[in-house]
Design a protein around this ligand. Sequence first.
Ligand code: NOJ
Ligand code: CA
Length: 557
Amino acid sequence: MSVPVDHETVISATDALWWRQAVVYQIYPRSFADSNADGIGDFAGIVSRAPYLAALGIDAVWLNPFYPSDLADGGYDVIDHRDVDARIGTLADFDALVEVLHAHGIRLLIDIVPNHTSDHHRWFREALDAPPGSSARARYLFRDGTGTDGAQPPTDWRSLFGGSTWQQVPDGQWYLHTFAVEQPDLNWANDEVRDDFLTTLRFWADRGVDGFRVDAAHMLAKDLSDPLPSQDELDLMPRDGNHPLLDRDELQQIYAEWRAVFNAYDPPRTAVAEAAVHASRVPRYASPQTLGQSFFFDLQLADYDPASFHRIIDECLRVAVTSGSSVTWVLNNHDTIRHTSRYGTPFPGYGPDGEPVRKHGGDWLMAGGDPVLLDAARGSRRARAATMLLLALPGSAYLYQGEELGLHEVAELPDAVRQDPSFLRNRAVEVGRDGCRVPLPWTRTGPSFGFGAGGAHLPQPLWFGHYAVEAQQDDPSSTLALYRRALSLRRTLQGAESLQWLPTGRDDVLSFSRPGGWRVVSNFGARPCPLPDGEVLLTSNPLSDHLPGETTVWLRQ
Ligand code: NOJ
Ligand code: CA
């Protein structure tokens, strides 16, 4: 296929370090663009929007899972790791997408889901058909139950999506599922499992994929030797590499094997770990000998608060240096309430674990953007300021589709349309993550606001029209214009990966400089503050002769 190139950036085939300061745009394929009016986004839809992605100025796209799936968990229940869900396209469509993105100067990362498969994966069907103790069962984590006739689960452990983490099969054994019951956990002590994933990585790398986002990267290795602890005991165990389920030391050996695969390509394929681990253990995932990068979710978990931002930025930069990596900054993804809505609702405070306390009985990050409490204008203003701060930091920035439009969380989804297992298995507690996964609005009006010519698999609210690409693309004050301008400037300003904090005389104002005369001032407070000298390059909100509250400015000095 020949593709017109309308983007100045040409991918360098030899740039092995492209990922260090890349802007990566996350696409949730079912909700980005629908080419055939079935209400589900697809590869052809993404291809049709490649010029939009190029004009946005991103370096790479990360695709959430697009594999055959029953959608028990938004595609993270994978039936075949080396194929494409027919609703999203074919392998040929995938190849076309790689070619089109590359022709536009955009690299492609895909999601690898190694902790579990779908319960409709061939292996799991074989495991169910095979007897206890068989090699087919040894690919998963099956155990006998406890109590009379083994009728009770092996432990009282809770699944992350609610309910028991064990599910009984007809012959009486139980299998472990950290997430939904449709997502049985794989046994990573099994060589066949390990080898098969190496084959999967090569399969996609051979098709031109530039890198991988590794789902639940800290969970693969498990020690289920007796006696198994109770959930209460588990919760109290240190995460020091010997916890039975989380962040075990032997993961490093698994990822060293993956690294050997990545380094067999030129340039080496990259990887970023989704690993919820303490900062001191991030280097195990982010070192050049293992995956190379790990998400830092700390800013995403933080309040819009200058002291928190300052502390987190310092800590993340320090850990990244120790890792031989760069920081991956994140404010939004498909698992959390959008930052426009988070920053517009009262922050619930931090718990003893340093994470935001749970809200309404549910997880604050999944609380759905309480429509009664939401101050949307304030949330948007703060979100724009925080994004400009994030985009000025050394390291790589991950953006989630729709944040460039300033979309808010869709809090008003009726229960009947919600799809997320974290809601379905937990009805009274969690609202779930559907509110940030509603298909994008491209046009002001029309069926599904231009997402496709038909409906949308999650209903879009009427207010989506105001946030449509069409409504923003010619408006220089729009959030879309701000993101485009920021990304284009960032390309020209980005230099060495260092940052120098500058005094501001105020606790609620942060300022730093980057090499080459790039100065950033972020006023988190309500009161305006003086503007330093220098040429104003970009501002998140209009300036007066001062820097207004909740505003970030970039200057050249
Ligand atoms: C993390 C993914 O981001 C999330 O969406 C998914 O539900 C779990 N891992 C399980 O795969
Ligand atoms: Ca479609």
